[in-house]
Design a binder for this molecule. Sequence first.
Ligand SMILES: Nc1ncnc2c1ncn2[C@@H]1O[C@H](COP(=O)(O)OP(=O)(O)OP(=O)(O)O)[C@@H](O)[C@H]1O
Length: 243
Amino acid sequence: MTRRFGGLIAVNDVSFEVREGEIFGLIGPNGAGKTTLFNLMTGLTPPSSGTLTYRGTRVTGLAPHRVAGLGLSRTFQNIRLFRGLSALENVKIAGHLRTRAGLWQGVFGLARAEEDAATRRAWDLLDLVGLSDRAGELAGNFSYGDQRRLEIARALATEPRVLLLDEPAAGMNTAEKGQLTSFIREVRDRFDLTVLLIEHHVPLVMGLCDRVAVLNFGQLIAVGDPASVQRDPRVVEAYLGGE
Ligand SMILES: Nc1ncnc2c1ncn2[C@@H]1O[C@H](COP(=O)(O)OP(=O)(O)OP(=O)(O)O)[C@@H](O)[C@H]1O
């Protein structure tokens, strides 16, 4: 895919495949085009040219909620929680994307049985991310790291097949970053997911990902397993050498 913004080519003829079940990292210096690529994948930004295919279905051109409905769910670099709602409500509302009743009833009320099931599921997900003891607290009061975990719970509530994480470690302290690696693996295994993540913290990417793609000025300069990507002279020059 390619995406231009006026004269700037934010994503320049980038092409790669992500395999089912892998944890795939997207790295590159600031402004390399990583978030734009996520936006292209999830329907937030239309490409100038090119297409994305998911299991034989053309994703390009679909609205974001339809992309989520196909099973591609994401978190954001700039967290987008409902700050004035509780942690539990944030997760429940996301889950309504998946219920037959849909989002409107999610906002205006569900049948009792569905409501109970949605609440149970939201509790389970909060438990998974370690926030069930704070289910009633407003999301806006959570620390940065906890908001990121809540965002992951919210993304999981849509029952994705592919989870896209935009800088999941941003704002986390060293201990939280350490836990994040095993947490993402656990989530992948438990829900049978494919995970794509954008991350600036290179040791985390190298320790976690099965394969890594490197963008620089919108271009894909390397893709492969972490060790070979780390040795690639173009990567060293563009990115790792500057660290
Ligand atoms: N909506 C937009 N309008 C104009 N330019 C944009 C827009 N979105 C992104 N860009 C530009 O596209 C380029 C790629 O930005 P992008 O945010 O995708 O990079 P990134 O690799 O995610 O960077 P970072 O690591 O800093 O988040 C940048 O030069 C950015 O200024």
